[in-house]
Design a protein around this ligand. Structure first.
Ligand code: COI
Length: 354
């Protein structure tokens, strides 16, 4: 299998859309940069490595991913400070994509080639990477089954694509979330820890009901008893109680977030106690009632650090402490913003600049 960057065919657009974009007002996920990377899995190997203008795809109505959901994705970001482009833990995202691929019976991607392709793509589209402290280029790598076949079996062919969107905040205000005690995002032994498209589809209806009640998002609970907090669908969730950062452990039903693990490592390095463990809903309710819940926030690539200002449970809403008073999450957000743009010492080796 070809694995070096010279095997990538590059076709640049003659009609850049860059001038059409208002970089001061970018809605999340609706504006796409000029180019994309694509490759195909055929006859047991990846081939057709191409960077080409962002464009529509043409497929058979019988394409198997449309029917049976063999479709996985990742989310990462590129940042710019002057002439320098930075990626943050991109290798971890591609490693996680391969874990999702294993669970969904899909082939692994050649990580080194894909990392090279990503860098090449980012250099070509570098003007699409916003150069300011709050915006970035959201990068969407994804893979889906392309067999033209309506029987149920793992596809024999796949497409992998990376494209980018300049973005600002995913959430533009602090969140009001509802603890879900009826619907389930993921069950033990299911695909909850894979970044599988279907996990997001399954969350839409319960999230819609919660939105009708005035919530932005759900806090999912375990499928068996709805007794333990899991994650928030678009992000992992963290709490500060008695000065300790606590977050649900990676039980197999939640996404192993890259932002999640970064926050834990950063906060530990500051000497703050961290607990990854099962968190009972009642523990959070009691902490809110006793005024002991100091902070609650989501952690994700798109969401970054998303402050939660209200938590609802069975009709009762609990308003949390002022965002400005939240020492740990504000400090970690600031630190992450700086490290991602080469402004903090990267003692973990998370950043790649080129
Ligand atoms: C990400 O944070 O990258 C995600 O995939 C979540 C989605 C809400 C965009």
């Amino acid at each position: 299998m070809a694995t070096d960057i010279s095997s990538i065919k590059i076709t640049k657009t003659a009609n850049s859309r860059l001038n059409e974009v208002d970089f001061e007002n970018i809605p999340f996920g609706k504006v796409f940069s000029d180019h994309m990377f694509t490759m195909d899995y055929v006859n047991g190997e990846w081939s057709n490595f191409e960077i080409k203008p962002f464009q529509d795809l043409h497929f058979s109505p019988a394409m198997s991913s449309l029917h049976y959901g063999q479709s996985i994705f990742e989310g990462m970001k590129a940042y710019r400070k002057g002439e320098n482009i930075y990626t943050f833990r991109a290798k971890d995202n591609f490693d996680r994509l391969n874990k999702s691929a294993n669970r969904m019976c899909m082939p692994n991607i050649p990580n080194e080639l894909v990392m090279d392709a990503l860098e090449q793509l980012l250099k070509i589209d570098e003007k699409w990477i916003p150069d300011n402290d709050s915006n970035s280029l959201y990068i969407r790598p994804f893979m889906f089954a392309t067999d033209e076949y309506v029987g149920i079996r793992p596809s024999e062919t796949y497409k992998f694509i990376i494209f980018g969107c300049p973005v600002g905040s995913y959430y533009t205000e602090p969140l009001k979330v509802k603890i879900e005690s009826h619907f389930t995002r993921a069950a033990n032994g299911g695909v909850g820890e894979a970044k599988a498209a279907g996990n997001y589809a399954a969350s839409l209806y319960p999230a819609k009901l919660a939105k009708e009640e005035g919530y932005h998002q759900l806090l999912w609970t375990d499928s068996k008893e709805h007794k333990y907090i899991e994650e928030s669908g678009t992000m992992n969730v963290m709490f500060v109680i008695d000065g300790k950062l606590i977050t649900p452990d990676l039980s197999g039903t939640i996404l192993p977030g890259i932002t999640r693990k970064s926050v834990l490592e950063i906060v530990k390095s500051w000497g703050i106690e961290v607990e990854e463990r099962k968190i009972e809903v009642t523990e959070i309710l009691e902490a809110m009632e006793n005024g002991k819940l100091e902070e609650a926030f989501g952690a994700g690539t798109a969401a970054t650090i998303a402050q939660i200002h209200t938590i609802g449970h069975e009709g009762k809403n609990y308003v949390l402490p002022e965002i400005a008073d939240r020492k740990i999450s504000n400090k970690v957000l600031n630190f992450l913003n700086r490290i991602k743009r080469g402004q903090e010492e990267d003692k973990w080796g998370w950043i790649k600049s080129f």
